[in-house]
Design a protein around this ligand. Structure first.
Ligand code: NAD
Length: 307
């Protein structure tokens, strides 16, 4: 297949690109390298350095005529989305629409979209949340992801697309940037290895569903292979507190550094955990990587690189 991956120089996108290349697919990556790195791009894939909103990205899509668009490029800083909702919507909503219109023009009908569980459901009523949980985004980022899911459904109903939105939990693993605001695993791993003191916002009892990037990659490949359509959670169903996560990281890094605590962040959810059994029923997907194993692989990665 010809697969165009936006954001394919980033953390999740480049791991997905590796998997499609290994399957023998022809992969084109469109990425503006705003947070991604050229060194993440697999040798067998081609990179077009362009913003998804630009005429260059549109031209790349139109000449490649992909069988599948795998759309991961995004403005993904939740706090930035609160500070500048216009910019967030421009990249995350208008940028996505530009790609979908280009797909319509060249006859690309298969679309995979990187959506989000936590930011779409907001503060949960039940734990874990399945796809029928009310959506109450607490940030413009979450609103934009949900809006794109609605657009996907419109392109499906009206233009005959086949679209899949995968609502990721908290993804972690090799190649995640330790320099952004998000990505607590990468940030803490890098700090512990540098013998710096990590800072936990709040008392650390807040929980998240940490899913290893290898499992997220498999969900994407299965979505294509099983011709999946609709919105699906991708998570482990296991709730882990930030303190438990910290302990796992400390063991993997062989560190005895105690964390510092800062005041909790306003608007941050207390508990977030996803039920991915719908995806399991449709594809047989089950996360395979246990937290301690995934954390060890991630810490080993950060040990082997100076990122
Ligand atoms: P990342 O920052 O590593 O990857 C994003 C990539 O998109 C980067 O390579 C960046 O350079 C590129 N990019 C950003 N804006 C662009 C633009 N306007 N045009 C072209 N390229 C652009 O982040 P990631 O964690 O790999 O996230 C990938 C996707 O998964 C995003 O859509 C994100 O919202 C979604 N997601 C991630 C998580 C998580 O826990 N990491 C959870 C839920 C959803």
């Amino acid at each position: 297949m010809r697969i165009l991956i936006t954001g394919g120089a980033g953390f999740i996108g480049s791991n997905i690109a590796d998997a499609f290349v290994a399957r023998g697919d022809e992969v084109l990556i469109v990425d503006d390298l705003s947070s991604g790195r050229e060194s993440n791009v697999p040798k067998a894939a081609r990179l077009v350095k362009a913003d998804v909103r630009s005429p260059e990205a549109r031209a790349a899509l139109e000449s490649f005529r992909p069988d599948v668009l795998c759309h991961l490029a995004a403005q993904l800083d939740v706090r930035k989305s609160v500070d500048d909702p216009m910019f967030d919507a421009d990249v995350n909503v208008v940028g996505s629409l530009k790609l979908l219109e280009a797909c319509k023009k060249v006859g690309t009908r298969r679309v995979l979209f990187a959506s989000t569980g936590g930011a779409i459901y907001g503060e949960q009523d039940v734990f874990p949340a399945d796809e029928t949980h009310p959506t109450r985004p607490m940030s413009p980022y979450g609103v934009a992801k949900l809006a794109v899911e609605h657009y996907l459904s419109y392109y499906t109903v009206v233009h005959g697309f086949r679209t899949t939105a995968l609502r990721f939990a908290n993804v972690y693993g090799p190649r995640q940037s330790p320099h952004g605001e998000a990505g607590v695993v990468a940030i803490f791993a890098r700090k512990l290895l540098n013998r710096e003191v990590p800072v936990i916002n709040g008392d650390g009892s807040q929980t998240r569903d940490f899913v290893f990037v290898g499992d997220v990659v498999r969900a994407n490949v299965l979505a294509i292979e099983k011709d999946l359509s609709g919105s699906f959670n991708v998570g482990t169903g296991v709730e882990t507190s930030v303190l438990e996560l910290y302990d796992s990281l400390r063991r993997a890094a062989g560190s005895d550094i105690a964390p510092k605590h800062a005041p909790g962040k306003l608007g941050e959810q207390m508990r977030s955990v996803l039920d991915a059994r719908l995806l399991e029923r449709h594809t047989g997907f089950r996360p395979q990587t246990k937290l301690d194993d995934g954390i060890r692989a991630t810490v080993d990665y950060f040990r082997s690189t100076d990122v």
